[in-house]
Design a protein around this ligand. Structure first.
Ligand code: DOR
Ligand code: ZN
Length: 424
Protein backbone atom coordinates (compact mmCIF):
# COMPACT_ATOMS: atom_id res chain seq x y z
CA UNK A 1 0.00 0.00 0.00
CA UNK A 2 1.15 3.55 -0.75
CA UNK A 3 2.22 5.67 2.18
CA UNK A 4 -0.64 7.54 3.78
CA UNK A 5 -0.67 10.90 5.57
CA UNK A 6 -3.63 11.76 7.79
CA UNK A 7 -3.36 15.48 8.52
CA UNK A 8 -4.59 17.51 11.50
CA UNK A 9 -6.45 14.62 13.11
CA UNK A 10 -7.55 14.82 16.75
CA UNK A 11 -6.38 12.09 19.13
CA UNK A 12 -8.72 10.89 21.91
CA UNK A 13 -6.96 13.19 24.40
CA UNK A 14 -7.63 16.23 22.23
CA UNK A 15 -4.14 16.71 20.72
CA UNK A 16 -4.10 17.47 16.99
CA UNK A 17 -1.41 15.67 15.02
CA UNK A 18 -0.42 14.37 11.60
CA UNK A 19 -0.31 10.56 11.42
CA UNK A 20 1.93 8.82 8.91
CA UNK A 21 1.28 5.24 7.78
CA UNK A 22 4.02 3.22 6.07
CA UNK A 23 3.43 -0.49 5.47
CA UNK A 24 1.81 -1.75 8.64
CA UNK A 25 3.10 0.91 10.99
CA UNK A 26 2.58 4.44 12.23
CA UNK A 27 5.66 6.48 11.33
CA UNK A 28 6.93 10.02 11.63
CA UNK A 29 5.22 11.93 8.78
CA UNK A 30 8.63 13.35 7.76
CA UNK A 31 9.68 9.81 6.74
CA UNK A 32 6.85 9.31 4.22
CA UNK A 33 7.50 9.12 0.48
CA UNK A 34 4.86 10.84 -1.73
CA UNK A 35 1.99 9.88 0.57
CA UNK A 36 -1.71 9.81 -0.28
CA UNK A 37 -3.44 12.49 1.78
CA UNK A 38 -6.48 12.31 4.05
CA UNK A 39 -7.41 15.76 5.37
CA UNK A 40 -8.81 15.02 8.80
CA UNK A 41 -9.52 18.43 10.39
CA UNK A 42 -12.44 17.90 12.77
CA UNK A 43 -12.04 14.11 12.70
CA UNK A 44 -10.91 11.90 15.59
CA UNK A 45 -8.56 8.90 15.36
CA UNK A 46 -9.34 6.13 17.85
CA UNK A 47 -7.22 3.02 18.35
CA UNK A 48 -8.85 0.09 16.52
CA UNK A 49 -11.83 -1.14 18.54
CA UNK A 50 -11.69 -4.59 20.15
CA UNK A 51 -14.83 -6.65 20.78
CA UNK A 52 -14.53 -9.28 23.49
CA UNK A 53 -17.94 -10.77 22.67
CA UNK A 54 -18.90 -11.56 19.05
CA UNK A 55 -20.95 -14.44 17.65
CA UNK A 56 -19.59 -15.04 14.14
CA UNK A 57 -21.78 -18.19 13.67
CA UNK A 58 -19.13 -20.10 11.72
CA UNK A 59 -18.86 -23.09 11.65
CA UNK A 60 -22.57 -23.87 11.38
CA UNK A 61 -24.68 -25.98 9.00
CA UNK A 62 -27.11 -23.05 8.53
CA UNK A 63 -24.99 -19.96 9.24
CA UNK A 64 -26.72 -16.68 10.11
CA UNK A 65 -23.32 -15.02 9.49
CA UNK A 66 -19.90 -16.09 8.26
CA UNK A 67 -16.45 -15.09 9.42
CA UNK A 68 -16.16 -13.07 6.19
CA UNK A 69 -19.40 -11.11 6.67
CA UNK A 70 -19.05 -10.81 10.45
CA UNK A 71 -15.55 -9.37 10.29
CA UNK A 72 -16.56 -7.05 7.42
CA UNK A 73 -19.35 -5.81 9.72
CA UNK A 74 -16.76 -5.43 12.47
CA UNK A 75 -14.58 -3.26 10.21
CA UNK A 76 -17.66 -1.18 9.29
CA UNK A 77 -18.13 -0.64 13.01
CA UNK A 78 -14.50 0.44 13.59
CA UNK A 79 -13.37 -2.89 15.08
CA UNK A 80 -9.99 -4.39 14.24
CA UNK A 81 -10.23 -7.42 16.54
CA UNK A 82 -13.11 -9.61 17.67
CA UNK A 83 -13.32 -12.55 20.05
CA UNK A 84 -15.42 -15.28 18.40
CA UNK A 85 -17.65 -16.99 20.95
CA UNK A 86 -17.55 -20.77 21.21
CA UNK A 87 -21.29 -21.53 20.79
CA UNK A 88 -20.92 -22.46 17.13
CA UNK A 89 -21.94 -25.78 15.60
CA UNK A 90 -19.77 -27.69 16.33
CA UNK A 91 -18.76 -25.93 19.55
CA UNK A 92 -15.12 -24.79 19.89
CA UNK A 93 -14.20 -27.18 22.69
CA UNK A 94 -11.00 -28.96 21.60
CA UNK A 95 -7.53 -28.03 20.38
CA UNK A 96 -8.34 -29.20 16.85
CA UNK A 97 -11.52 -27.08 16.75
CA UNK A 98 -9.48 -24.07 17.90
CA UNK A 99 -6.95 -24.82 15.13
CA UNK A 100 -9.78 -25.06 12.61
CA UNK A 101 -11.06 -21.64 13.71
CA UNK A 102 -7.61 -20.10 13.29
CA UNK A 103 -7.40 -21.54 9.76
CA UNK A 104 -10.85 -20.22 8.84
CA UNK A 105 -10.04 -16.68 9.98
CA UNK A 106 -6.92 -16.14 7.87
CA UNK A 107 -8.68 -14.04 5.21
CA UNK A 108 -10.88 -12.10 7.63
CA UNK A 109 -11.29 -8.32 7.69
CA UNK A 110 -10.31 -8.14 11.38
CA UNK A 111 -8.18 -10.15 13.75
CA UNK A 112 -10.27 -13.03 15.13
CA UNK A 113 -9.39 -14.44 18.53
CA UNK A 114 -10.98 -17.78 19.30
CA UNK A 115 -12.91 -18.22 22.54
CA UNK A 116 -12.85 -21.78 23.87
CA UNK A 117 -15.79 -23.43 25.59
CA UNK A 118 -15.55 -24.22 29.30
CA UNK A 119 -17.50 -27.49 28.95
CA UNK A 120 -17.74 -30.10 26.20
CA UNK A 121 -20.41 -29.07 23.72
CA UNK A 122 -21.55 -26.47 26.29
CA UNK A 123 -23.10 -29.38 28.21
CA UNK A 124 -22.36 -27.78 31.56
CA UNK A 125 -21.20 -31.16 32.88
CA UNK A 126 -17.72 -32.08 31.57
CA UNK A 127 -14.74 -29.73 31.41
CA UNK A 128 -13.38 -29.14 27.90
CA UNK A 129 -9.73 -29.53 26.93
CA UNK A 130 -8.79 -26.06 28.12
CA UNK A 131 -5.07 -26.89 28.26
CA UNK A 132 -5.10 -28.14 24.66
CA UNK A 133 -6.87 -25.00 23.48
CA UNK A 134 -4.52 -22.79 25.53
CA UNK A 135 -1.62 -24.39 23.63
CA UNK A 136 -3.36 -23.22 20.42
CA UNK A 137 -3.32 -19.65 21.72
CA UNK A 138 -6.77 -19.46 23.34
CA UNK A 139 -6.73 -17.05 26.28
CA UNK A 140 -10.45 -16.70 26.98
CA UNK A 141 -12.91 -19.46 27.89
CA UNK A 142 -16.68 -19.12 28.06
CA UNK A 143 -19.85 -21.17 27.57
CA UNK A 144 -21.61 -17.94 26.59
CA UNK A 145 -25.19 -18.49 25.52
CA UNK A 146 -25.48 -20.75 28.56
CA UNK A 147 -24.52 -20.35 32.18
CA UNK A 148 -22.15 -22.82 33.84
CA UNK A 149 -24.65 -23.75 36.53
CA UNK A 150 -22.62 -26.32 38.48
CA UNK A 151 -20.60 -24.35 41.05
CA UNK A 152 -18.14 -27.17 41.60
CA UNK A 153 -17.42 -27.40 37.89
CA UNK A 154 -17.07 -23.62 37.63
CA UNK A 155 -14.58 -23.67 40.49
CA UNK A 156 -12.52 -26.38 38.79
CA UNK A 157 -12.63 -24.43 35.51
CA UNK A 158 -11.37 -21.36 37.35
CA UNK A 159 -8.51 -23.26 38.98
CA UNK A 160 -7.48 -24.65 35.58
CA UNK A 161 -7.82 -21.25 33.91
CA UNK A 162 -5.67 -19.66 36.57
CA UNK A 163 -2.96 -22.29 36.10
CA UNK A 164 -3.11 -21.71 32.33
CA UNK A 165 -2.99 -17.91 32.65
CA UNK A 166 -6.43 -17.58 31.05
CA UNK A 167 -9.65 -15.78 31.92
CA UNK A 168 -13.13 -17.32 32.24
CA UNK A 169 -16.26 -15.48 31.11
CA UNK A 170 -19.63 -16.27 32.61
CA UNK A 171 -23.04 -15.81 30.98
CA UNK A 172 -24.82 -15.06 34.25
CA UNK A 173 -28.29 -16.59 33.99
CA UNK A 174 -29.44 -19.04 36.63
CA UNK A 175 -31.42 -21.41 34.44
CA UNK A 176 -33.57 -22.57 37.36
CA UNK A 177 -34.79 -18.96 37.67
CA UNK A 178 -34.74 -18.03 33.96
CA UNK A 179 -35.00 -21.04 31.69
CA UNK A 180 -34.83 -21.64 27.95
CA UNK A 181 -38.19 -19.91 27.22
CA UNK A 182 -37.58 -16.94 29.51
CA UNK A 183 -37.59 -13.51 27.95
CA UNK A 184 -39.71 -11.20 30.09
CA UNK A 185 -37.96 -8.99 32.66
CA UNK A 186 -39.81 -8.46 35.95
CA UNK A 187 -40.29 -4.75 35.34
CA UNK A 188 -42.67 -5.64 32.46
CA UNK A 189 -45.02 -7.99 34.17
CA UNK A 190 -44.54 -8.90 37.82
CA UNK A 191 -47.23 -11.59 37.62
CA UNK A 192 -45.92 -13.24 34.47
CA UNK A 193 -45.91 -17.00 34.04
CA UNK A 194 -42.83 -18.67 35.48
CA UNK A 195 -41.60 -20.14 32.20
CA UNK A 196 -41.33 -16.78 30.45
CA UNK A 197 -40.15 -14.69 33.43
CA UNK A 198 -36.50 -13.54 33.41
CA UNK A 199 -36.11 -11.98 36.88
CA UNK A 200 -33.18 -9.71 37.69
CA UNK A 201 -32.10 -12.07 40.45
CA UNK A 202 -31.30 -14.79 37.88
CA UNK A 203 -28.32 -12.65 36.86
CA UNK A 204 -26.95 -11.18 40.07
CA UNK A 205 -27.12 -14.43 42.08
CA UNK A 206 -24.67 -16.01 39.62
CA UNK A 207 -22.50 -12.87 39.61
CA UNK A 208 -22.38 -13.07 43.42
CA UNK A 209 -21.57 -16.79 43.42
CA UNK A 210 -18.83 -16.42 40.82
CA UNK A 211 -17.07 -13.47 42.45
CA UNK A 212 -16.89 -15.63 45.59
CA UNK A 213 -15.33 -18.41 43.50
CA UNK A 214 -12.90 -15.87 42.05
CA UNK A 215 -11.98 -14.75 45.57
CA UNK A 216 -11.51 -18.39 46.53
CA UNK A 217 -9.44 -19.45 43.50
CA UNK A 218 -7.83 -16.08 42.63
CA UNK A 219 -8.81 -16.84 39.04
CA UNK A 220 -9.73 -13.99 36.71
CA UNK A 221 -13.47 -13.80 36.14
CA UNK A 222 -15.10 -11.78 33.38
CA UNK A 223 -18.83 -11.07 33.72
CA UNK A 224 -20.54 -10.99 30.31
CA UNK A 225 -23.29 -8.48 29.41
CA UNK A 226 -24.19 -6.97 32.82
CA UNK A 227 -27.81 -5.77 32.68
CA UNK A 228 -28.96 -4.97 36.22
CA UNK A 229 -28.25 -2.46 38.99
CA UNK A 230 -27.90 -5.36 41.46
CA UNK A 231 -25.13 -7.00 39.40
CA UNK A 232 -23.36 -3.64 39.29
CA UNK A 233 -23.50 -3.46 43.10
CA UNK A 234 -21.98 -6.93 43.45
CA UNK A 235 -19.18 -6.12 40.99
CA UNK A 236 -18.48 -2.82 42.76
CA UNK A 237 -18.19 -4.69 46.06
CA UNK A 238 -15.94 -7.36 44.49
CA UNK A 239 -13.59 -4.73 43.06
CA UNK A 240 -13.43 -2.95 46.42
CA UNK A 241 -12.17 -6.24 47.87
CA UNK A 242 -9.50 -6.62 45.17
CA UNK A 243 -11.19 -9.64 43.58
CA UNK A 244 -9.88 -10.08 40.01
CA UNK A 245 -13.19 -9.49 38.25
CA UNK A 246 -13.91 -7.52 35.09
CA UNK A 247 -17.25 -6.83 33.43
CA UNK A 248 -18.83 -5.75 30.17
CA UNK A 249 -22.02 -4.00 29.11
CA UNK A 250 -23.58 -4.20 25.65
CA UNK A 251 -24.59 -1.20 23.53
CA UNK A 252 -28.21 -2.43 23.60
CA UNK A 253 -28.34 -2.44 27.39
CA UNK A 254 -26.93 1.10 27.39
CA UNK A 255 -29.63 2.41 25.06
CA UNK A 256 -32.73 0.24 24.94
CA UNK A 257 -35.32 -0.55 27.61
CA UNK A 258 -37.89 -3.23 28.39
CA UNK A 259 -40.69 -0.98 27.13
CA UNK A 260 -39.74 -2.18 23.63
CA UNK A 261 -41.00 -5.66 24.54
CA UNK A 262 -44.56 -4.33 24.39
CA UNK A 263 -44.25 -4.55 20.61
CA UNK A 264 -44.65 -7.97 19.03
CA UNK A 265 -41.14 -7.66 17.56
CA UNK A 266 -38.83 -10.53 18.57
CA UNK A 267 -35.83 -8.44 17.45
CA UNK A 268 -35.92 -7.17 21.04
CA UNK A 269 -35.67 -10.64 22.59
CA UNK A 270 -32.16 -10.99 24.00
CA UNK A 271 -30.34 -12.66 26.89
CA UNK A 272 -30.14 -11.04 29.35
CA UNK A 273 -33.31 -9.10 28.53
CA UNK A 274 -33.66 -5.35 28.08
CA UNK A 275 -34.38 -3.89 31.52
CA UNK A 276 -35.86 -0.96 33.41
CA UNK A 277 -34.82 2.70 33.16
CA UNK A 278 -33.17 2.39 36.60
CA UNK A 279 -31.06 -0.55 35.41
CA UNK A 280 -30.08 1.33 32.27
CA UNK A 281 -28.97 4.33 34.33
CA UNK A 282 -27.01 2.04 36.65
CA UNK A 283 -25.06 0.36 33.83
CA UNK A 284 -24.33 3.72 32.20
CA UNK A 285 -22.93 5.14 35.43
CA UNK A 286 -21.01 1.93 36.14
CA UNK A 287 -19.35 2.17 32.72
CA UNK A 288 -18.53 5.83 33.33
CA UNK A 289 -16.95 5.16 36.74
CA UNK A 290 -15.10 2.00 35.63
CA UNK A 291 -17.08 -0.52 37.70
CA UNK A 292 -17.95 -1.97 34.30
CA UNK A 293 -14.65 -2.14 32.43
CA UNK A 294 -15.65 -2.42 28.81
CA UNK A 295 -18.33 -2.27 26.14
CA UNK A 296 -18.73 -5.58 24.27
CA UNK A 297 -21.29 -6.06 21.52
CA UNK A 298 -22.72 -9.58 21.99
CA UNK A 299 -23.29 -9.30 18.22
CA UNK A 300 -25.76 -12.18 17.73
CA UNK A 301 -27.10 -12.43 14.18
CA UNK A 302 -29.96 -14.87 13.62
CA UNK A 303 -31.76 -16.22 10.56
CA UNK A 304 -35.12 -14.55 9.92
CA UNK A 305 -36.71 -17.98 10.30
CA UNK A 306 -35.37 -18.21 13.87
CA UNK A 307 -36.76 -14.78 14.81
CA UNK A 308 -40.05 -15.02 12.95
CA UNK A 309 -41.70 -17.08 15.70
CA UNK A 310 -43.75 -16.55 18.85
CA UNK A 311 -41.70 -14.81 21.56
CA UNK A 312 -40.99 -17.88 23.75
CA UNK A 313 -39.53 -19.92 20.87
CA UNK A 314 -37.76 -17.13 18.93
CA UNK A 315 -33.97 -17.13 19.36
CA UNK A 316 -32.53 -14.47 21.66
CA UNK A 317 -29.98 -12.01 20.37
CA UNK A 318 -29.48 -8.88 18.25
CA UNK A 319 -26.76 -7.60 15.94
CA UNK A 320 -24.36 -5.02 17.34
CA UNK A 321 -21.01 -4.59 15.59
CA UNK A 322 -21.89 -1.87 13.10
CA UNK A 323 -23.70 0.44 15.55
CA UNK A 324 -21.78 -0.14 18.79
CA UNK A 325 -19.65 3.01 18.65
CA UNK A 326 -22.64 5.07 17.49
CA UNK A 327 -24.65 3.91 20.51
CA UNK A 328 -21.77 4.55 22.91
CA UNK A 329 -21.32 8.04 21.47
CA UNK A 330 -25.04 8.71 21.77
CA UNK A 331 -25.52 7.36 25.31
CA UNK A 332 -22.16 8.16 26.92
CA UNK A 333 -20.22 10.87 25.04
CA UNK A 334 -23.03 13.12 23.81
CA UNK A 335 -24.54 12.97 27.33
CA UNK A 336 -21.24 14.06 28.95
CA UNK A 337 -20.77 10.80 30.88
CA UNK A 338 -17.59 9.81 29.02
CA UNK A 339 -14.80 11.44 26.99
CA UNK A 340 -13.22 10.02 23.82
CA UNK A 341 -10.25 9.00 25.97
CA UNK A 342 -12.70 6.91 28.02
CA UNK A 343 -14.10 5.41 24.82
CA UNK A 344 -10.60 4.42 23.68
CA UNK A 345 -10.00 2.80 27.05
CA UNK A 346 -13.34 0.97 27.29
CA UNK A 347 -13.60 -0.19 23.66
CA UNK A 348 -9.93 -0.76 22.72
CA UNK A 349 -7.20 -0.73 25.40
CA UNK A 350 -9.12 -2.61 28.13
CA UNK A 351 -10.77 -5.34 26.02
CA UNK A 352 -7.35 -6.04 24.46
CA UNK A 353 -5.85 -6.29 27.94
CA UNK A 354 -8.62 -8.48 29.39
CA UNK A 355 -8.47 -10.82 26.38
CA UNK A 356 -4.63 -10.82 26.50
CA UNK A 357 -4.25 -10.20 22.78
CA UNK A 358 -0.64 -10.90 21.92
CA UNK A 359 -0.63 -8.92 18.66
CA UNK A 360 -0.42 -5.20 19.23
CA UNK A 361 -4.10 -4.25 19.38
CA UNK A 362 -5.46 -1.60 21.71
CA UNK A 363 -2.26 0.46 21.61
CA UNK A 364 -1.84 4.24 21.64
CA UNK A 365 -1.53 5.93 18.25
CA UNK A 366 2.15 6.89 18.19
CA UNK A 367 4.99 6.24 15.70
CA UNK A 368 6.40 2.74 16.13
CA UNK A 369 2.98 1.22 16.84
CA UNK A 370 0.90 -0.70 14.28
CA UNK A 371 -1.39 1.45 12.11
CA UNK A 372 -4.52 -0.02 13.70
CA UNK A 373 -7.09 2.72 14.03
CA UNK A 374 -10.50 4.01 13.17
CA UNK A 375 -11.18 7.47 11.85
CA UNK A 376 -14.44 9.02 13.02
CA UNK A 377 -16.58 12.09 12.50
CA UNK A 378 -18.78 12.53 15.59
CA UNK A 379 -20.95 15.09 13.75
CA UNK A 380 -22.38 12.66 11.19
CA UNK A 381 -25.86 11.22 11.80
CA UNK A 382 -28.16 8.85 9.98
CA UNK A 383 -31.38 6.89 10.24
CA UNK A 384 -30.37 3.25 10.74
CA UNK A 385 -31.49 0.90 7.97
CA UNK A 386 -31.18 -2.79 8.78
CA UNK A 387 -31.14 -3.63 5.07
CA UNK A 388 -28.15 -1.39 4.36
CA UNK A 389 -25.99 -3.45 6.69
CA UNK A 390 -22.81 -5.44 6.14
CA UNK A 391 -23.83 -8.15 8.61
CA UNK A 392 -26.17 -10.83 7.31
CA UNK A 393 -28.27 -10.43 10.46
CA UNK A 394 -31.44 -8.37 9.99
CA UNK A 395 -32.28 -8.54 13.72
CA UNK A 396 -31.17 -4.93 14.19
CA UNK A 397 -32.80 -3.26 17.21
CA UNK A 398 -31.81 0.24 16.02
CA UNK A 399 -33.66 0.01 12.68
CA UNK A 400 -35.45 3.31 12.01
CA UNK A 401 -33.73 5.20 14.84
CA UNK A 402 -31.68 8.34 14.19
CA UNK A 403 -28.18 7.81 15.58
CA UNK A 404 -24.64 9.13 15.10
CA UNK A 405 -22.88 7.48 12.14
CA UNK A 406 -19.28 8.26 13.06
CA UNK A 407 -17.13 5.63 11.34
CA UNK A 408 -15.32 6.92 8.25
CA UNK A 409 -12.42 4.48 7.85
CA UNK A 410 -10.85 1.52 9.60
CA UNK A 411 -7.21 0.42 9.28
CA UNK A 412 -5.90 -2.86 10.63
CA UNK A 413 -2.08 -2.96 10.68
CA UNK A 414 -1.98 -0.52 7.79
CA UNK A 415 -4.58 -2.36 5.73
CA UNK A 416 -7.75 -0.47 4.87
CA UNK A 417 -10.62 -2.71 6.00
CA UNK A 418 -13.44 -0.17 5.70
CA UNK A 419 -13.85 3.17 3.97
CA UNK A 420 -17.08 5.16 4.03
CA UNK A 421 -18.26 6.71 0.76
CA UNK A 422 -18.46 9.93 2.79
CA UNK A 423 -14.64 10.06 3.04
CA UNK A 424 -13.31 11.87 -0.04
O1 DOR B 1 -29.15 -13.04 23.36
C1 DOR B 1 -28.14 -13.72 23.30
N1 DOR B 1 -27.79 -14.36 22.17
N2 DOR B 1 -27.39 -13.82 24.39
C2 DOR B 1 -26.38 -14.70 24.44
O2 DOR B 1 -25.76 -14.79 25.45
C3 DOR B 1 -26.06 -15.57 23.30
C4 DOR B 1 -26.52 -14.99 22.05
C5 DOR B 1 -26.54 -15.94 20.89
O3 DOR B 1 -25.59 -16.73 20.71
O4 DOR B 1 -27.49 -15.90 20.10
ZN1 ZN C 1 -24.27 -14.42 26.86
Amino acid sequence: MADLLITDVTLPDGRRVDLGIHDQMLVDPADLIRPTLIRASGLIALPGLVDLHTHLREPSPHPAETIATGTAAAARGGFTAVFAMANTNPVTDTASRARDMAARTRAASAEVLTVGAITDGLDGATLSDMAGMRAEGVTYFSDDGRCVMDAGLMRRAMLDARALGAVVGQHCQDHTLAGADAYLPDCCSPASEDSIAWPWSAESTIVARDVQLSLDTRARLHVCHVSTAESVDVIRWAKSRGIPVTAEVTPHHLLLGADLLASADTTFKVNPPLRSDEDRDAVRHALADGTIDIVATDHAPHLASDKDKPFPSAKPGMVGLEWALAVVQHTMVDTGLMTWTDVARRMSHEPARIGQISSRQGRPLTPGEPATLTLIDPARRTVVDRDAAVTQGRNNPYHGMELPDPILATFWAGRSTYRSPALM
